[in-house]
Design a protein around this ligand. Structure first.
Ligand code: AMP
Length: 399
């Protein structure tokens, strides 16, 4: 029995899950928010354990102080006897560039590379690196492992990861598609192989990670061959607040018309577009579905979201030369029967039929397609924290 901590350090937050491995049971989970910023009236630290939920409002100057707090709470609440009981920490890191195609132990060289990749993920990579350093300092006896969002997509062929830009921008600046959500796509693909009872390296899968951030991946024989996110996670699908694919000429055109500087324009593309931009009412798919029948903008946002998903799936069926299963996961994919049904219905013409009873379910593994469908549709809840903890255990065994 080994306790492993999975960590996701955002620019101002720290999400965690403490797991018992290899049993894969969750001992505690929670989040610390508003690190380094001015507090409002709400609680900003929440820890769940033993069926209890503890939360309080506290000021954290930086990630280091939030980690000290967390480790103290682990011992105070007797979640662990001593934080040395935690043998490994796995860190989610957004951008690994071309340097990392798998999870690695966090050596000083690895941390330095994560910092050097900050221009690929300016909000995330510096915070990720800070989290790794702070945990390394607080828990010098635990192995620190880095799990990259981009690593799974390093198998894409160059035809798929290059843009139609001058080639020298790729060699000089690494201007290419890196993708994201790799840990989630990898996890649900391997679960799909288990459920389908077939080796992963004989399957053609399309994984649909549809959450606030959303991406789709084509997986051939267990390897990512194409994905909808690009150089950064802004590309591809229409998302809660992100624009997805857009004609680049429009960026300058709107900047000029609206008299925006670069930062303001990026803010529009990252935070004011997508579902909120089109619907004008909400970033949350639940709110849009509630008023779909009466609000044209909500209906339009839903239709555009569904259409964009279906177009990527169609393209990937072509790239894979067929498909064995499409897999729905993440917030919308796991919970929204109407959105899943709308997407699946786009493929009726290819022989996919919805099992309505199963599609009414949420948050559990289930087959969404009827048995006589030409390919399968599955619902598989993602579990990035578990995938991270498994990588930590694998690297501990090698160490
Ligand atoms: P995630 O980023 O994976 O945590 O997903 C968060 C998103 O899932 C939210 O922004 C919602 O739009 C969506 N979501 C969660 N539950 C539902 C639901 N029951 N129906 C539709 N969308 C949902």
């Amino acid at each position: 029995m080994t306790k492993i901590l999975s960590v996701n350090a955002g620019s101002s937050s720290l999400k965690f899950k403490l797991l018992e491995m290899p049993e894969e049971t969750v001992i505690s989970e929670g989040v610390i928010e508003r690190i380094g910023s001015i507090l409002d009236e709400d609680d900003n630290a929440t820890i769940k354990y033993n069926g209890k939920k503890y939360s309080e409002r506290l000021e954290f100057k930086n990630h280091e102080s939030s980690i000290q707090y967390l480790l103290k709470k682990f011992t105070d609440f007797k979640i662990v006897n001593d934080f040395n009981d935690i043998k490994g920490v796995g860190h989610r890191v957004v951008a690994g560039g071309e340097w990392f195609n798998k999870s690695v132990v966090a050596t000083p060289e690895v941390i330095e590379k994560i910092e050097r990749l900050a221009s690929y993920a300016p909000l995330h990579n510096p915070a990720n690196a800070q989290g790794i350093k702070a945990f390394s300092k607080a828990m010098p006896n635990a192995i620190q492992v880095v799990v990259f969002d981009t690593a799974f997509h390093q198998t894409m062929p160059e035809e798929n990861y290059l843009y139609g830009l001058p080639y020298e921008y790729y060699t000089k600046y690494g201007a290419r598609k890196y993708g994201a959500h790799g840990t989630s796509h990898r996890y649900v693909a391997s679960r799909a192989a288990e459920i389908l009872n077939k080796p992963l390296d004989e399957l053609k899968l399309i994984t649909l990670h549809l959450g606030a951030g959303a991406s789709i991946t084509a997986i051939k024989n267990g390897k990512s061959i194409d994905t909808s996110m690009g150089f950064t996670p802004i590309a591809g699908l229409i998302m809660a607040t992100r624009v997805g694919d857009v004609d680049v000429s429009l960026v300058d055109y709107i900047k000029e018309k609206e008299e925006l500087d670069d930062e303001q324009m990026m803010n529009v593309l990252n935070n004011k577009s997508g579902l909120i931009g089109i619907s004008t009412i909400s970033t949350d798919m639940r709110d849009l579905l509630e008023v779909e029948q009466t609000n044209h903008h909500a209906k339009l946002a839903i239709n555009m979201f569904v259409d964009r998903v279906a177009k990527y799936v169609s393209q990937y069926i072509m790239e894979l030369e067929g498909v064995d299963a499409i897999i729905f996961t993440a917030g919308i994919g796991e919970n929204s029967s109407p959105i899943r049904e709308k997407i699946m219905n786009k493929f009726n013409y290819l022989g996919l039929k919805v099992d309505k009873e199963n599609n009414a379910k949420r948050g559990e593994e289930v087959q969404l397609s009827t048995d006589d469908s030409s390919f399968k549709a599955l619902l598989i809840p993602t579990n990035e924290e578990l995938a991270i903890a498994r990588d930590v255990v694998n690297l501990m065994e090698k160490d």
